[in-house]
Design a protein around this ligand. Structure first.
Ligand SMILES: Cc1ncc(COP(=O)(O)O)c(C=O)c1O
Length: 437
């Protein structure tokens, strides 16, 4: 399989060039103990091409291979995580000003993007799944109703899959958006592996952001922005607003190589991982597929009586989970995990008492809105004790991290029931930024 960017960098590395440009290591090993492929770590010069420049270079060819593999018109490599992709995608689809339909389970980067673009959200409902004690998929009918009620809204932004692996029906939601003249952006930060497992739903959307680094074997911060109906030139123009003008060629080459690796052997390894996860879901209480609930087959969201305590016990035995809440522990499993690692995990989980049901309260409902995200971001602020913040307007996000989904978004009023909910879910920050009275 072709890997155009990696091949170019490797051939340049083999030429013993006198490198008098960036980065400062000039292609030599770092002079301290930190292995790094300096020889492949170039900047944009006339030999390597420009991430935000000429469409014909090796980077563009590598991006094209990703776009074709995932069924999109264009793909932009990102070295600033999905955060960069969310800013870029919303600027591309929604532009500045106006309203968007927003999945309330959105990552905090969406709040920041809305503030910078002066967008105002209308929130899309998600059902609370009592048995799973978790938020369910975005309801396509809810999207249709909101777009019908608010014909000025021309951009819809949802997250799929969620941290817990819940997938929404992207083709159905995209069809509704398109029928109403709106565009759909999907934050698929947790889903970069899914098309390699045969999941084809993403390409129905107009823009999709994926944190390759979350679920594929690539370095931190590597991510991908895919789009339909936009050219690579469009993505580069807007992406360059939010990206470094010195993007890492090592990170981009890793994206190039990872696609090839996934085609050759990674997908098969991922399939073995999904079989192991199915086994865990059968053996331990966990979110499980059922009619009306589609899940990422690689994500293990365990249900338990006390997620924080379970996560602590696992950490104490050398196992680092991704997320804990009062009723769950979420583990990210990938093609990097082997049968030995799953056997170890099984031995840890088998020691646990699984008789207590998950006790996760549903979110307290949407708070009243006092200011737009932009007004709240730039208003004078002060820091107060969270416990004393009832009735104040949030200047920042109150968001347990992970998952980084705001319980209170900037501009929203902090209510008594929200403070009670935050205590119930074990939110541990004692201070909060509020708008100065
Ligand atoms: C749903 C979701 N979207 C976006 C992001 C941001 O991704 P990144 O860390 O790659 O910038 C995250 C990070 O956890 C996330 O969970």
């Amino acid at each position: 399989m072709p890997t155009p960017l990696y091949d170019l960098l490797k051939s340049l590395a083999g030429r013993d060039l006198l490198r008098m440009d960036m980065p400062g290591h000039h292609g030599r090993p770092l002079p301290y103990e930190l292995p790094w492929p300096s020889q492949l770590d170039f900047t944009d010069n006339c030999l390597t091409g420009d991430l935000f420049g000429d469409e014909t270079d090796a980077i563009a060819r590598a991006e094209r291979l990703w776009a074709e593999r995932f069924g999109f018109d264009a793909c932009l490599f990102l070295t600033g995580g999905s955060t960069q992709g969310i800013h870029t995608g919303l600027a591309l689809l929604a532009g500045a000003g106006g309203r968007i339909a927003l999945d309330r389970d959105s990552h905090r980067s969406v709040c920041n993007a809305m503030a910078l673009l002066d967008l105002t959200p209308r929130c899309l409902p998600r059902p609370w799944l009592k048995a799973e004690a978790a938020a369910g998929p975005v309801d396509p009918d809810g999207v249709d109703k909101l777009l019908n009620d608010c014909p000025d809204i021309k951009t819809v932004c949802i997250t799929s899959p969620t941290y817990y692996g819940v997938l929404s029906d992207i083709p159905a939601i995209a069809a509704i958006c398109h029928a109403r003249g709106a565009k759909l952006m999907v934050d698929a930060a947790h889903g970069a592996h899914l098309p390699f497992l045969g999941y084809g739903g993403f390409s129905a959307a107009d823009a999709v952001v994926m944190s390759a680094h979350k679920t594929l074997p690539v370095p931190g911060q590597t991510a991908l922005l895919f789009a339909n109906g936009f050219s690579l030139d469009d993505l580069r123009r807007v992406g360059s607003i939010y990206g470094s003008s010195s993007p890492s060629y090592v990170m981009m080459a890793a994206l190039d190589l990872a696609r090839d690796y996934m085609e050759r052997e990674g997908a098969e390894k991922y399939r073995a991982t999904t079989r192991a996860i199915r086994g865990f879901r059968d053996k331990y209480p966990a979110l499980t597929e059922r009619p009306g609930l589609a899940l990422d087959p690689a994500r293990l969201a365990l249900r338990c009586g006390d997620g924080f305590a379970l996560a602590e016990r696992l950490r104490g035995q050398g196992c680092i989970p991704e997320l804990a809440d009062p009723g769950h522990v979420v583990l990210i499993s990938t093609c990097a995990d082997s049968p030995e690692q799953f056997a170890l995990l099984d031995s840890l989980l088998s020691k646990e008492d699984w008789s207590n049901p998950a006790k996760c309260p549903p979110p307290p409902g949407l708070p009243p809105v006092a200011l737009t995200p932009r007004q709240a971001l730039f208003a004078p602020r002060e820091t107060v004790a969270l416990a004393a913040a009832e009735g104040r307007v949030a200047a920042g996000q109150i968001a347990p991290y992970p998952p980084g989904v705001p319980v209170v978004a900037p501009g929203e009023v902090i209510q008594k029931k929200t403070l009670a909910y935050l205590t119930e879910i074990g939110y541990n920050k004692k201070l909060v930024d509020v708008i100065r009275d």
